[in-house]
Design a protein around this ligand. Sequence first.
Ligand code: PLP
Length: 488
Amino acid sequence: MENRLKPMDAEQLREYGHKMVDFIADYYKTIENFPVLSQVEPGYLRNLLPDSAPNQPDSFQHVLDDIQTKILPGVTHWQSPNYFAYYPSNSSVAGFLGEMLSAGLNIVGFSWMTSPAATELEMIVLDWLGKMLKLPEDFLSAGQGGGVIQGTASEAVLVVLLAARDKVLKAVGKGALGKLVVYASDQTHAALQKACQIGGIHPENCRLLKANSSTNYALSPELLNETISQDLAHGLIPFFLCATVGTTSSTAVDSLLALGKIAKSNGMWFHVDAAYAGSACVCPEFRHYIDGVEEADSFNMNAHKWFLTNFDCSALWVKDRRALVQALSTNPEYLKNKASQANMVVDYKDWQIPLGRRFRSLKLWMVLRLYGLENLQCYIRNHIKLAKHFEDLITQDSRFEVVTPQIFSLVCFRLLPPDDEHHGNKLNHELLDAVNSTGKVFISHTVLSGKYILRFAVGAPLTEEKHVNAAWKVLQDKATALLGECLG
Ligand code: PLP
């Protein structure tokens, strides 16, 4: 019978912590043995676990056994080198260690005094990252702006939308809420729509402007200008523009310079969502994709996507932190303290939706220190090179077509229907299912201009060229089988 676990005991933590690290290290060693996409059926776990929690403590070994036999089969392995779906969600040794330390200290750093290091490290690390991205100085903490770590890009766009909304309503009066209009392309992540729903923006005032293949799915500045003019003529108030660098479907890049000028001339808040592609902009050769960011009021990138920082860590910078604070601050008696009252410190509770917040800057700090800029640049470049390699493989097989230009580490492609009778959308849907059900590889899909498209996103930390080649082989084999059925 092993020792019963105490609520917290340093020696037990050491003993079981080592065992857990061994378990996780073994997981990474054997990660390719699992089907990348979990193959379980909905509700599978109910049949495997008891109806209620145990009255008496279970053994740690018993729990680990259950993780192995009951939980891991229901896990989709985002860290597998054969994971090419959605966008990546990186883990790394440094990110893991930082996350572990954050769990170990387990502070709740909502205001400066609740853990001064948490607030101050977050400000410093976001200044570091801002400088790596060559963001304008106004986004750094020395002036009126600064960075903050949000949980997700969805929270980032929500908080800046609320800041922008309250700023404009202060000027035009609260009664004008129904007149406020938001602009973005129809390729913008649905997080914007959710932010509008939460922020009380009328659904009919959310302009998701059509983007098509003529602009590689980027938002057209001309269309934006026209739409704003029409709205102004109808007495509406344009107040928020969201551009994307690296859209979710196809990595389209909106032109920040042209769009930013339009936003500025109409007095609108300009937010840039670079959730995925922002990471690439630490490389000088890709930095031009965010040229024009100096026109933005806020900029967001997810370090937890493609920057070796374990989930969650979404970096948001604003030029005017007062706007955020004015929209989101509360000052209840039970949280008052000398440093906050004297306005000497940043209290991050006023830059986000919840009160409580984790010490997330630790893991980003450890990633930046333990890898360094040059390694991070190599990491990104390698994935982009692998995506290019995959694109080359596709172009050598005339049964397939590349659908949009490969810019970062995503390739959008499809299997061409063999003749007019066969509908390409159904065929590609079937190909996706056939490939993913092998468990050897996991890719995802989107729809562009009515066409069902397959997405191959390189970006898992363990992915090498051999994995890309193996994935392509699975795709080719399944395509051969499907085309045989079509024609047979
Ligand atoms: N924006 C873009 C461009 C994305 O690709 C995604 C997710 O992939 C998001 C926003 C939403 O990210 P999050 O899960 O951090 O809210």
